[in-house]
Design a binder for this molecule. Sequence first.
Ligand code: CU
Length: 255
Amino acid sequence: MPQPVRGAGLFIALTTPQTWLPRAGSLHAHAIDALLRSSLFLLFVFCVLAQVMLVAGLLPRREQNPRFSRIWRWIATGAIVVLFVWMTITAEHLWSTVRLTRAEANAVPVEVTGVQFQWYFRYPGTDGVYGKTKPELIDAAGGNPLGLDPSDPNSQDDVVSSVLMLPVDQQVDLRLRAQDVVHGFFVPGMRVMQNATPGRVSEIHMTPNHVGDYAILCSQVCGLGHYRMHAVLRVVSTQQFSAWMAQREAAQTAR
Ligand SMILES: [Cu+2]
């Protein structure tokens, strides 16, 4: 039976995300892991410091110079403020690189749609333009879960899939939408989590850099079937991706 992790062992396990996070599969993942590691380390140091100060405060002591203790209070408060501002700026900067900056021009465009309780992925096809969708045309049982408008020529070559297929080492430009309620597009292996909200499009981009399968989950409790709302992100070589796309497009136009 494995021994429970205690003390220093627990600290090392907590501050080493590789031991409890899934394998990192995207370019920005290591920066997020490093931020998590440094935040956990700082919190650990502060937790120990707080306990030491608590115990020190309980011990009997000599009368202190009030000016001296006031200066120390200011220094401690100032240090904590500086630390938290630094942590916030670092985290915001990292977030903005995934969320706010524009995707590269050659990024693979994919539209992600959350529906109770399923994820759908749409590729714009050879024309590079997403076709029109109409809510009244939504018919999951009839093979049109996104309500693609067949009268729009741009929608003819759109490829809709329940697996998110992506080429390795190429940036992907994701547009997140939801049909009914708020869903959370969560890919732990890519260190990506972004809500998909009805009535708006949320854009994020990332670059998968390891071939393999990654779990896609829903991080918002979106209804009774929330627990089974998952899909697979499959990162493959560029050749495999092109072959898959050609095959899907051929099937689409044959219909
Ligand atoms: Cu959901």
